[in-house]
Design a protein around this ligand. Structure first.
Ligand code: 9MR
Length: 388
């Protein structure tokens, strides 16, 4: 078993064959490139089954049966989210039009394979059509009108997937990077709707509507930099605490976790600890890692090709490993339930191409679908821990 984990026959084959063609024992669907994909590799979600679900953001084209991509996502993950197709611009492009087709396919795939789905996302300032924010005369929507639209939007979508989508990112990125709420159109137009002195009413209304539409779905408030920006983590803690005390049905916080290869893992742990404090108010409160990836470039760096030296790869792998050890700690405390990667192979990651031509390597599987050393570093964390 241990030997298989470290150096499976297919991995050996892929290495021996590297440089000319991949070996014949591997499956290559007609028309596809010859991948270094190792069908014998163990499964991330199975290795972490005692701790948390492991998932990936995917796209509709990943659901084509018979491809290596389909096999990888099916073998490696037990929870999926669409990278773009369940966002407001796709799902509800104009007031009277809902597009359920693609998300229906994901739900069907999940049902057929015994998997789970995260819905990303109902309310966001980005990838959101403008019609929400204007009335029929082209003026700003009134608070009443926007509140009605929020209720309608959330209720229609969540009801459509009642009992089928396990978790919703009800709101995404509602906090500012400095302090307080992001000044979005949602906030500007709805404001303190009920006059009780707080201005998170658009969030509260969305969560209440979602709970009513599907009482069993897990409802998450999702944001980025919570693991690195302590002010933001404290702001989130305070806001969610106030909401829980008012009975707003927030089940957990999603930490997107788009981190760097050199991220300060102690800070990640400390900020998660702040958010985990919400368990004192609701013992069932959860944390989820919702969009994990590890940028190979530091902030402000304009390079387009990183030098993958042994030293760099070692640091990259260690950071992944340390993060997963933190995740395992929080899973053992009963608060961390889900870890989702933002994509599953380097070639398809959103982190490529900006600046133009940039090549990034943020995930556990490379562009040729070869399982990287980081994959082995991560997948071995539960067994190494149990052996201690
Ligand atoms: O990965 C997504 C990319 O394909 C889209 O162009 C982009 C548009 O905003 O959104 C990306 O996904 C984001 C996610 O929905 C929310 N958190 C940040 C993600 C990366 O930008």
């Amino acid at each position: 078993m241990l030997l298989r984990r470290v150096f499976s026959a297919a991995t050996a084959c892929a290495i021996l064959c590297a440089g000319f063609t991949a070996c014949s024992s591997q499956k290559y669907p007609e028309g596809s490139v010859e991948y270094a994909y190792d069908p014998e590799a163990p499964s991330l979600y199975e290795e972490f089954a005692d701790y948390f679900d492991v998932g990936s953001a995917i796209n509709p084209w990943d659901l084509t049966e018979g491809t290596n991509e389909y096999e990888i996502i099916t073998n490696q993950f037990n929870i999926y989210t669409y990278e773009n197709d369940s966002k407001p611009d796709h799902m509800h492009p104009s007031e009277d039009v809902y597009n359920f087709e693609n998300t229906d396919k994901l739900v069907e795939f999940a049902e057929q394979n015994g998997k789970k789905v995260r819905g990303h996302t109902l309310i966001w300032h980005s990838q959101c059509p403008d019609w929400f924010f204007y009335d029929e005369n082209g003026n700003d929507a009134s608070a009443d009108l926007l509140v009605e639209r929020i209720k309608e939007h959330v209720t229609t979508i969540v009801s459509h997937y009642k009992g089928k989508i396990d978790t919703w990112d009800v709101v995404n990125e509602v906090l500012d990077d400095g302090y307080g709420l992001r000044f979005s159109d949602w906030l500007r137009l709805v404001g303190d709707y009920d006059g009780d002195g707080d201005d998170y009413d658009f969030i509260e209304i969305a969560f209440r509507a979602a709970r009513e539409a599907d009482p069993d779905a897990r409802l998450i408030i999702n944001d980025y930099s919570l693991e690195s920006n302590t002010n933001k983590a404290i702001t989130m803690y305070n806001m969610v605490k106030a909401m829980l005390e008012e009975g707003v049905p927030v089940d957990g916080i999603g930490l997107q976790m788009h981190v760097g290869y050199d991220t300060d893992v102690q800070l990640v742990r400390d900020n998660m600890e702040i958010l985990a404090g919400l368990k004192e108010i609701n013992p069932d409160f959860v944390l989820e890692v919702t969009e994990l990836d590890m940028n190979c470039y530091t902030w402000g760096n304009e390079d387009i090709e990183v030098d993958l030296t042994d030293e760099f790869v070692e640091q990259f792998d260690n950071t992944y490993k340390e993060l997963f050890n933190i995740f395992l700690d929080y899973a053992e405390e009963g608060i961390l339930k889900t870890v989702v990667f933002w994509g599953y192979n380097d070639g398809a990651s959103w982190l490529n191409g900006s600046p133009a031509g940039r090549v990034n390597h943020p995930l556990l599987i490379d562009r040729d679908l070869k399982f990287k050393s980081a994959y082995w570093a991560v997948i071995n964390t539960p067994s190494e821990r149990e052996a201690q």
